[in-house]
Design a protein around this ligand. Structure first.
Ligand code: S3P
Length: 258
């Protein structure tokens, strides 16, 4: 056997070990998820991930491939989360709520914590139209924008296991609510008008609030929408005074039960 053949054989052996270890890791991961779900334990513990990274760094500190190995390990962890998520949810998580209730922030956190795919409806619409939401309102009017929302929501029914962050007006159309419930658990995020005002104050991307950034207007519009929001929601989460992580845990805690 030539030296090269010998080395190649060694490499193949390494790959076999990696494959076996990964298969085993993901099987154990599934068992952990099943156990946590049965005992109603928190699914995500970011501090454990951090401890693991710390351990890897110290174990590899004299290895010249440390950065590459850590990079591979990050992907292993990310894919563990994807496996966990697929095990817990086989439907979409649909976030609804008033402007500034935290839908986009929480979607981003869910994507980070659980490696979930996120679809930000406003962003998709703006990209497709090649203009901002404010410009769409200005150029084509609100009805045109609302039709785009309905069309996109219908399209999204072909997706599974994603987080859909809806624009605040989406649940106002009953046909939209029918769509989101087909394959999704609908989570309503709420906050006090004062909190909403703080969150939207510096944004200029919400045409309905542009000249109405005050508590009275916000309270009024929230009240007008409340019945429809509540009718659409499977779960309501109050976000005031809670951290992003607490809200994610609440979402996961509710959603994982079914
Ligand atoms: C709207 C909410 C906005 C955006 C548009 C209209 C609404 O999205 O879709 O400005 O009618 O509540 P966010 O809720 O993400 O701000």
């Amino acid at each position: 056997m030539s030296k090269l053949d010998y080395l190649r054989e060694n490499l193949e052996m390494c790959d076999e070990i990696i494959l076996d270890a990964l298969c085993m890791r993901y099987r154990v991961m599934e068992d952990i998820t099943t156990y946590k779900r049965r005992k109603d334990l928190p699914i995500v513990l970011p501090e454990l991930d951090e401890q693991k990274r710390e351990h890897l760094r110290s174990r590899l500190k004299n290895n010249r491939h440390m950065d590459n190995i850590l990079d591979v390990f990050e992907n292993i962890l990310l894919n563990s989360k994807k496996i966990q998520f697929n095990q817990l949810f086989n439907y979409n998580i649909v976030l609804i709520g008033f402007m500034g209730s935290g839908k986009s922030t929480i979607s981003r956190a869910l994507s980070k914590v659980f490696a979930m795919d996120v679809i930000e409806m406003d962003q998709v619409i703006a990209e497709r139209e090649g203009m901002s939401i404010s410009e769409i309102f200005e150029v084509h009017g609100e009805e045109y924008f609302r039709n785009l929302e309905t069309k996109l929501l219908r399209e999204l029914q072909s997706r599974k296991g994603v987080v859909i962050s809806c624009g605040g007006g989406v649940p106002m159309r009953e046909e939209n609510v029918v769509e989101m419930k087909k394959n999704g658990k609908v989570i309503l995020l709420t906050a006090k008008p004062e909190t909403i005002l703080e969150r939207v104050r510096s944004s200029h991307e919400r045409p309905l609030l542009e000249n109405n950034k005050n508590v009275d207007f916000i309270s009024d519009l929230m009240e007008k929408r409340r019945i429809k929001y509540e009718a659409a929601a499977d779960i309501t989460i109050h976000t005031d005074g809670k951290s992003e992580f607490e809200i994610c845990e609440e979402i996961i805690g509710h959603a994982k039960k079914d």
